[in-house]
Design a protein around this ligand. Structure first.
Ligand code: KG4
Ligand code: ZN
Length: 335
């Protein structure tokens, strides 16, 4: 089954073609024009998607199936994300679906991040516990099967990716912050400064990252710019350690609670090298099998959207053509 995937929820224009689990092409155009603004400018994002979506689609088709009639379904992210950005991909996808007379598959971006793991791990099977960490979400999800989810914990304030991005902004490092902090931290001391590790009252599997960011902000204000510049690598390493620590603590508590022997990482922050290293070691220690996507499928990409569409179509789920873009689309427990 050949599925065309379209992803335009934020600042990546991505088009992919999959044949079941097999990715035939996955082209990702990351918008760099936001860097000078320190964050994504929604209007610019939409305009860039408009400019890129058609040439990228053409390239993907020409380098793979060549003939549009070979497509069995069109899968598009319909939320969560930026309204204008989502609308570009959604309208383009609907147009193609109508023109080709093929099924239309509206995909939840968060679900797609989780499903990305199946693209690279042929041995992965349900059920499993997933730590989903992206720019907008931090969640512990028990995945029983495709479409059957139980949310065990979630962030009560900032997402883990946001914690990285905001730290980078405070430190004057640019956007997106995660990869920059990750890179700088490699040359720094993790024990340089002990940042607070918040615990959330009520559900012990919930996360909170806003106090961490505030604590960095106060530290930077107190110590001044030149001190920050001198200790940049150490600050990044200590800050990153606090984020990873909090993710680790809750995740392995959840592993014990659900007694699951498979742990899956998903989302942009799953690209973090320290997170991968620490999770790998901890999983090994307790005999849990750890899965995470290769970097290309951690951050936003259309292959994960296409694969999710494939799973939908296999289950006979299709979407109506009047489905709207839903910027605040929820990803909730299904039972
Ligand atoms: O999944 P994603 O590409 O987009 C969303 O759906 O949000 O995640 C983007 C987030 C950003 O906050 C970015 O800073 C973070 O993932 N990120 C990282 C790394 N690479 C991307 N965070 C930490 N370390 C990284 N290596
Ligand atoms: Zn994403």
């Amino acid at each position: 089954m050949i599925i065309l995937g379209i992803e335009t929820s934020c600042d990546e224009t991505s088009i992919a073609i999959v044949d079941g689990r097999k990715v035939l092409a996955n082209v990702i155009a990351s918008q760099t024009l936001h860097q000078e603004y320190g964050g994504v400018v929604p209007e610019y994002a939409s305009r860039e998607h408009m400019r890129m979506i058609e040439p990228i689609s053409r390239r993907v088709i020409d380098s793979t199936i060549k003939d549009l009639s070979k497509i069995d379904g069109i899968a598009v992210t319909y939320g969560p994300g930026l309204m204008g950005a989502l609308l570009v991909g959604l309208s383009f996808g609907k147009g193609l679906a109508v023109a080709l007379g093929k099924p239309f598959l509206a995909v939840n971006h968060v679900e797609a991040h989780i499903m990305a793991n199946f693209i690279v791990h042929s041995d992965l099977d349900y059920p499993f516990l997933c730590l989903l960490v992206s720019g907008g979400h931090t969640m512990l999800v028990y995945v029983k099967s495709f479409g059957r989810y139980k949310i065990l914990g979630t962030s009560v304030d900032d997402a883990a990716g946001e914690a990285f991005d905001k730290a980078a902004r405070i430190l004057g490092l640019g956007y997106p912050g995660g990869p920059i902090v990750d890179r700088l931290a490699k040359g720094g001391r993790k024990d340089f400064h002990v940042f607070p590790r918040a615990r959330v009252k009520g559900n012990e599997l919930n996360f909170s990252f806003s106090g961490l960011k505030t604590s960095l902000l106060y530290l930077v204000k107190r110590k001044g710019e030149s001190w920050v510049r001198e200790n940049l690598a150490d600050l990044c390493a200590s800050y990153q350690e606090a984020v990873v620590d909090m993710l680790l603590r809750n995740t392995f508590r959840a592993v014990e609670m659900v007694e699951c022997d498979k742990l899956v990482l998903a989302g942009g922050v799953a690209a973090n090298s320290r997170l991968r290293e620490v999770f790998r070691r901890n999983a090994e220690d307790i005999g849990v099998k750890l899965y995470f996507p290769v970097l290309e499928y951690c951050t936003d990409n259309a292959a994960m959207v296409a694969f999710t569409g494939y799973e939908m179509l296999r289950k006979g789920i299709t979407s109506p053509l009047d489905i709207p873009a839903v910027p605040a689309l929820k990803f909730d427990s299904t039972e």
